[in-house]
Design a protein around this ligand. Structure first.
Ligand code: HEC
Length: 114
């Protein structure tokens, strides 16, 4: 009886060791996919540098990435204006009114819809 329980104990021990070493291999193979994710991010966050881009990036990229804009469909200027107002009033974005105008024109130029 004692013999059997020692054996099963050893088996469990080996299983645990095997499990841990498998886990380590998985961690190592995760690296290539992490690099892939970074590549996707750098593509989706690039917006065209048309007039207004500087004002936009200074005022709008402090809280979230540009993918919040690139993920939107083309929107009418009125909708962009409402979004910028929402950023100012609801989320407290410190955007001056003259900057807001410039940003709305920029957004309408890159993702506008008449
Ligand atoms: C003070 C922080 C802050 C700043 C600055 C800011 N935003 Fe946002 N923005 C947010 C938050 C918070 C959300 C909501 C995230 C969510 O709903 O998950 C958001 C969401 C958005 C969305 C997603 C759609 C929506 O209506 O929720 C867009 C588009 C957007 N912001 C554009 C802008 C633009 C353009 C500017 C520059 C004028 C800007 N943001 C500046 C905080 C900010």
């Amino acid at each position: 009886m004692k013999h059997i329980s020692l054996r099963t104990g050893l088996l469990y021990f080996l299983c645990i060791c095997f499990g841990i070493s498998c886990g380590n291999h998985e961690v190592k193979t995760e690296n290539p996919s992490a690099v892939g994710l970074q590549d996707i991010n750098s593509i989706t966050t690039e917006l065209p540098e048309l007039p207004g881009y500087q004002t936009f990036s200074m005022n709008c990229l402090t809280c979230h990435s540009a993918s919040y804009i690139s993920n939107q469909p083309n929107l009418p200027e009125k909708t962009w204006a409402a979004i910028v107002t929402k950023m100012q009033k609801t989320f407290g974005a410190p955007v001056s009114d003259s900057s807001a105008k410039e940003i709305i024109q920029y957004l309408a130029a890159i993702k506008g819809k008449s």
